[in-house]
Design a protein around this ligand. Structure first.
Ligand SMILES: Nc1ncnc2c1ncn2[C@@H]1O[C@H](COP(=O)(O)OP(=O)(O)O)[C@@H](O)[C@H]1O
Ligand SMILES: O=C(O)C1=C[C@@H](OP(=O)(O)O)[C@@H](O)[C@H](O)C1
Ligand SMILES: [Mg+2]
Length: 174
């Protein structure tokens, strides 16, 4: 597999939980006629258990090791949209690896909007499991600040509010 991002149409979507990586990834892949890969789903299939169960059985450190292996060991079609887990860019050399193997798009949203989407949508998001209301907003706000230095290294930064596959396509192919 070539290791330059110039001649490979491989798009990695990054951003905090709830920003729309999985949802928008499917729509963008359909619009572009690309394959769609969700690395969380690949990880769960490989582990034979949900992310929540994996956290409970092995802890977050082991999850991050497996997450990085899944990123680097997955065989990607040249034309693929890849949705990542929200923490993936923030560990090891994962962001460098993605930028060397494709284009990275950061779907950016504020904590309040993310919390609104996640309040009743915490399956497979064990990190958020016991957070609700204002506490959830505050937690996301704090984590976003920690992760912003990683996310903002993306090749493209997309405003996640009213984002469409068409807009993403325009940003990727100006
Ligand atoms: N553009 C959007 N507008 C409103 N809700 C959205 C949008 N994109 C995703 N969602 C909702 O937000 C939640 C998280 O979306 P998801 O694609 O799983 O995000 P991620 O993979 O980034 O965690 C889902 O309930 C989804 O339906
Ligand atoms: O932000 C994170 O640390 C995580 C995000 C999740 O993926 P989504 O961003 O698709 O929810 C999943 O990888 C895991 O629960 C950890
Ligand atoms: Mg997802």
């Amino acid at each position: 597999m070539s290791n330059t991002s110039d001649n490979i149409s491989r798009i990695f979507l990054v951003g905090y939980m709830g920003c729309g990586k999985t949802t928008m990834g499917k729509k963008l892949a359909s619009r572009l006629g690309y394959a769609f890969i969700d690395l969380d789903h690949v990880l769960e299939a490989q582990a034979g258990k949900t992310i929540t169960q994996y956290f409970a059985d092995h802890g977050e450190a082991a999850f991050r090791e497996l997450e990085s292996s899944v990123l680097k060991d997955t065989v990607y079609p040249d034309k693929a949209v890849v949705s990542t887990g929200g923490g993936l860019p923030c560990f090891f050399d994962n962001m460098d690896w993605m930028k060397a193997h494709g284009k990275v798009v950061y779907i950016k949203l504020n904590a309040k909007t993310l919390a609104g989407r996640l309040e009743n949508n915490k399956d497979d998001r064990p990190i958020l499991r016991h957070k609700h209301g204002d506490e959830l907003v505050a937690f996301i706000d704090e984590k976003l600040a920690e992760r912003e230095p990683f996310y903002s290294r993306a090749n493209v930064i997309a405003d996640g509010l009213s984002l469409t596959a068409e807009r993403l396509d325009q940003l990727l192919h100006p």
